[in-house]
Design a protein around this ligand. Structure first.
Ligand code: PLP
Length: 411
């Protein structure tokens, strides 16, 4: 019997409730405004200080390592999902040489397909549905998304300028603290550019232990620093113990080695947490391409290579140009000691108060062809702030701020 084709439109809800609960990606609105500016052309070319994606190529010594590795057919097969023993050993050596943290590559290290993959999957591995995930109120959106995708509830820890943009967990409601299974911290911080001393991690660990919460630290920007004080590992803090504390830290090769597209990072954590994350990855992905792991080994073994130091020197020049520019537009910013971003308070608007960050960002694109990220896109604590990514050359950074300085923001 032939079924009569239905003419009614299907009512199937394609997206799960989980997906529908995900917030819209911050960059969609900016992308639309940028496309409109370009379509209006021929204006001045758009200067994009938005997405934190390093503009320079991956250093040659890492690219050469990939070229070599990819010629070896053994790299063409499925990689070990946890990362090769050699990659995990290189990661452990890096932890030791760079941070003075000693760990066992077999028990404490797990390769990730970029740290984002591990960050997104962690709640699936360690948080039961309905539990709370404590997230910085200004932060990388994946902490929230990972919680939502695990049917958990993201709850913000407020962050303010007066407390150095550290998460104020003492302001979270006792019910949310009691229900919390996981808590994220991220320094050098995206978006605020803030850094923390080691005591911060000791305090976070105490709070986490006292409330039976797993602590997760995101160190994606640890290799971009501009002062003598280099970012530290959570595991270096007083009293922290890889064997005893159910905590985890994520490292990335993306920003410090200009390898964002390669998709490689690693987690270093307590064995039970590493095993849980590896268990989630097992049925979902098949690990990092082995040739990329080989190149990653060369990167980690040579983290002190002159090309990496030159990258930091280049960012220092950009930082100088940006700090000058920020002053020119009457915005307020603290010079960051590390990271890829400068976080600045919006210039004063018609009412004499710092402008709303979306108004400022939209006018910057529309009137100056300069794209910045409105702080409100990260969370309410950023309503009057904006983020500048140091992802164009110093001369272009300077030009961006000259264009912005020509605008009367009080009009
Ligand atoms: C704070 C933070 N953590 C983690 C990541 C993820 O980096 P990747 O997946 O490239 O290692 C990013 C990327 O922008 C980030 O800003």
């Amino acid at each position: 019997m032939n079924a009569t084709p239905s003419t009614a439109s299907p009512t199937l809800d394609v997206q799960s409730a989980r997906l529908r609960a995900l917030p819209t990606y911050l960059f969609h609105r900016l992308d639309k405004a940028k496309a409109e500016y370009r379509a209006r052309g021929p204006g001045k070319p758009l200067i994009d200080l938005g997405v934190g994606d390093p503009d320079r190529p991956t250093p040659d010594f890492i690219v050469s390592a990939l070229r070599q590795a990819v010629k070896n057919p053994s790299t063409h097969r499925y990689p070990p999902s946890k990362g090769s023993a050699k990659f995990r050993q290189a990661a452990a050596r890096f932890m030791d040489r760079r941070f003075g943290v000693s760990c066992d590559p077999d028990r404490h290290i797990l390769a990730c397909i970029g740290s984002k993959e591990g960050i997104a999957h962690l709640p699936l591995a360690v948080v039961d549905s309905g539990r709370t995930v404590l997230c910085p109120s200004l932060g990388y959106p994946v902490y929230h998304a990972g919680a939502v995708l695990a049917d958990a509830r993201p709850v913000n820890m407020p962050m303010r300028e007066a407390s150095g943009w550290t998460p104020l967990w003492e302001e979270v409601s006792p019910q949310d603290v009691q229900n919390a299974a996981l808590m994220w911290v991220n320094y050098p911080n995206n978006p605020t550019g803030a850094s923390v001393p080691l005591e911060f991690y000791a305090q976070a660990a105490t709070f986490a232990r006292d409330n039976s919460i797993m602590l997760a630290s995101d160190q994606a920007y640890s290799e971009l620093y501009y002062s003598e004080v280099t970012p530290d590992s959570l595991w270096k803090a007083n009293g922290l113990d890889l064997e005893a504390d159910p905590f985890i830290e994520f490292h990335s090769l993306s920003k410090g080695f200009n390898m964002t597209g390669w998709r490689i990072g690693f987690a270093v954590g307590n064995r039970a947490v590493i095993d849980a994350l590896a268990k989630v990855k097992g049925p979902i992905d098949s690990g990092v391409f082995s040739a990329v792991q080989e190149a990653g080994i060369v990167a980690l073994e040579n983290y002190d290579h002159e090309d990496i130091a030159a990258l930091r020197a280049m960012y220092t020049e950009r930082l100088d140009a940006t700090m000058d520019g920020v002053q020119k537009i009457g915005a307020k910013a603290q010079r960051p000691g590390a990271g890829l971003f400068i976080w600045a308070q919006c210039p004063k608007g018609p009412d004499g108060q710092p402008m709303d960050s979306w108004d400022f960002a939209m006018r910057s694109i529309d009137e100056a062809g300069v794209s910045l990220v409105p702080g409100a896109g990260f969370g309410n604590d950023g309503t009057h702030w904006f983020r500048i990514a140091m992802t164009v050359e110093a001369e272009q950074m300077a030009e961006a701020f000259e264009r912005l300085a020509a605008i009367d923001w009080t009009a």
